[in-house]
Design a protein around this ligand. Structure first.
Ligand code: NAD
Length: 478
């Protein structure tokens, strides 16, 4: 059961923001060792709260301990570990070679902390979506104010304790609240805003950031398609795709949202999916309803939203292959497969964000690619195939934030890959060095020397210099 939340008043927000100004200035000079010590403090506090976190997650949405550890704690700790291991190297200025026009100079890129950063997170992975950008912000030498989602209030309170144990508010502060608090924060001139959430709110964040010209990273959502072609390993595809779909009850930004399967293997694929669901969650609806390994929906509003999607789809002619039981009082939606869903059904128009998988049969890959390209660019795209030419076509003819070939979701756990969307699914990247760079200003530093070409530009602009410049124009055109 979710507990009510309270907005934070403006004066508190303003005071924390101002208190972080001096810290941000002094942290500009922080060494790798100092930043690593901050990351270690965060890690120690996280581990000290592991048991309490389990309880908070269960209270907020019945998330099983296994999934809390596997999808929240492990990736958070891994991000810390990866940053601690690589930070010294990432912070090192990158030397760049002189170009022909700047011969005689030396130059490098200096990674500077941006300063005071704001991190706003969604409710679906309320720990990892907070800790991951915070790790990058700290690694890059910034202070941070964090605004967790009001929809997972128990985890938000736990995060407040974790951060209070590790940091003074002038270093890292958590501000609880909903839309009003979020908007009060967004009005402040932060040096960087890192937002994770829906594309609709992403636009609100970007508009607010524009008023102060704060830089932004937007990690958004959308409908991520999966394709299973006629050559795919059907059993393996069903096993892995259904894990990606049903972990956290489908409340995952990169969960396969809907699935295209080649008509020639559709029956075999559906049978494999049904068998997988029975083996994992139970044979009967009752067994599935009480299965402790299946997360619930975050609240009643979202349960009713998903119920509405199911009713709309079935009214329009969709066939339920399994599942579709909804218990609104218990915030539960059964693992569901849908067949023959018309494209105009809402479940094919909106991000589902629940344990419902529409399965669409296709015969022509070109039409699938065209249908994907007709929609906003997704956050992730998955292709299951043993045919290299099909894989190549999908990868070269579509666009998405990330993609997996014969896998799904796990690209988020790869510390050396950028994680992020493209246009409607996001702007900028996070994780590892990409997160470090998102929270750093890449400052161009040039050290003077004797640059022959620059002398040409000194006044007076004599006829001789004009002639040389003419040669230069000719030369740079080559
Ligand atoms: P949301 O956009 O409704 O809310 C996210 C945050 O923004 C919350 O903290 C909320 O309080 C705040 N917020 C909400 N409305 C606001 C407004 N009008 N002005 C200012 N702040 C506002 O998203 P959600 O429902 O919490 O999360 C689900 C969405 O997040 C999905 O679209 C999902 O795909 C996306 N998501 C993306 C990623 C990613 O890494 N790309 C990860 C998780 C979730």
């Amino acid at each position: 059961m979710n507990t009510p939340f309270q907005e934070t008043d403006l004066s508190t927000i303003q005071a924390v923001f101002e208190a972080q100004a001096a810290t941000a200035l002094s942290w500009r000079q922080s060494t790798a060792a100092q930043r690593i010590e901050r990351l270690e403090r965060l890690r120690t506090s996280l581990l000290a709260h592991q048991e309490a976190l389990h309880e908070a997650f269960f209270a907020d949405f019945h998330k099983p301990r296994f999934e809390v550890d596997g999808t929240e704690l492990v990736p958070s700790l891994d991000e810390i570990r990866h940053n601690i291991r690589c930070l010294k190297r990432w912070m090192r200025p990158t030397r760049v070679r002189a170009t022909e026009l700047t011969l005689g100079t030396r130059a490098h890129v200096q990674y500077q902390p941006r300063g005071r950063c704001l991190i706003i997170a969604p409710w679906n992975y309320p720990l990892y979506m907070m800790v991951s950008p915070l790790v990058s912000a700290l690694a890059a030498g910034n202070t941070a104010i964090l605004k967790p989602s009001e929809m997972a209030p128990r985890v938000a309170q736990m995060l407040a304790s974790i951060l209070a144990q590790a940091f003074a508010p002038q270093e890292v502060a958590l501000v609880e609240g909903g839309v009003a608090t979020s908007q009060a924060l967004l009005a402040l001139p932060f040096d960087h805003i890192f937002f994770t959430g829906s594309p609709a709110v992403g636009k609100v964040v970007m508009a607010a950031a524009a008023k102060n010209l704060s830089s932004v990273t937007l990690e958004l959502g959308g409908k991520s398609p999966a394709i299973v072609d006629e050559t795919a390993d059907i059993q393996e595809a069903a096993r892995v795709l259904l894990w990606g779909k049903f972990v956290n009850a489908g409340q995952t930004c990169i969960a396969p949202d809907y699935l295209y399967v080649h008509a020639s293997v559709k029956d075999a694929f559906v049978a494999a999916c049904q068998a997988t669901i029975r083996a994992r969650y139970g044979d009967s609806a009752q067994q599935q309803r009480t299965n402790p390994d299946f997360t619930h929906i975050i609240n009643q509003r979202h349960t009713q939203r998903i119920q509405g999607l199911l009713e709309d789809a079935t009214t329009r002619g969709a066939r339920v292959l399994c599942g579709a039981q909804v218990d609104t009082a218990g915030n539960y939606v059964a693992p569901t497969l849908l067949d023959q869903v018309p494209m105009e059904a809402r479940v094919m128009q909106e991000e589902i964000f629940g344990p419902v998988l529409p399965i669409i049969a296709y015969t022509d890959l070109q039409q699938v690619i065209a249908a994907i390209n007709a929609e906003p660019k997704p956050l992730a795209l998955y292709v299951w195939s043993r045919k290299q030419s099909n894989i190549d076509r999908v990868l070269t003819e579509t666009s998405s934030g990330g993609a997996c070939v014969n896998h799904c979701v796990v690209h988020i756990a790869h510390g050396n890959l950028p994680f992020g969307g493209v246009n409607n699914s996001g702007i900028g990247s996070s994780h590892g060095i990409y997160g470090f760079k998102a929270f750093s200003h890449e400052r161009a530093v040039l050290k003077g020397g004797w640059v022959p070409s620059i002398r040409l530009f000194f006044p007076p602009y004599t006829a001789g210099r004009a002639k040389l410049l003419k040669y230069l124009v000719h030369w740079v055109r080559r």
